[in-house]
Design a protein around this ligand. Structure first.
Ligand SMILES: [Zn+2]
Length: 114
């Protein structure tokens, strides 16, 4: 069972991550502008630009998902079951929760799932 103080630490860690990821999302969004078909870029340059855009879109999707999970973390933080692994129901160690506040599983169960 997590103490009030530990929950507070996790809340701060989650908020910090939310700020960092929101900033990252803003940067990625500004990078992703449509690659115009008729611009003066050469064909290869255009292909490169499209590849880069795909990579950025993937990063963006991942960041948005993480942001969603962190938001949920803040909502679940005061529940008694918060911090318990959803598979083995053992407490997830505090250091893990501070690094990845959105963790739903302990390290052992998370790696079991591959
Ligand atoms: Zn577990």
């Amino acid at each position: 069972m997590l103490s009030e103080k530990e929950r507070e630490q996790i809340r701060e860690a989650a908020k910090r991550e939310i700020r960092r990821i929101s900033e990252q999302i803003r940067k990625l969004e500004s990078k992703i502008s449509p690659v115009s078909p008729d611009c003066s870029l050469g064909r290869l340059t255009r292909l490169e630009a499209m590849g880069e855009k795909a990579v950025n879109e993937e990063l963006l999707a991942r960041d948005r998902l993480r942001l969603l999970r962190l938001d949920n973390t803040l909502k679940r933080l005061d529940e008694a079951s918060f911090g318990l692994c959803i598979d083995c129901e053992e407490p997830i160690p505090l250091p893990r929760l501070l690094i990845r506040p959105e963790s739903l599983r302990c390290v052992a169960c998370a790696s079991d799932r591959g």
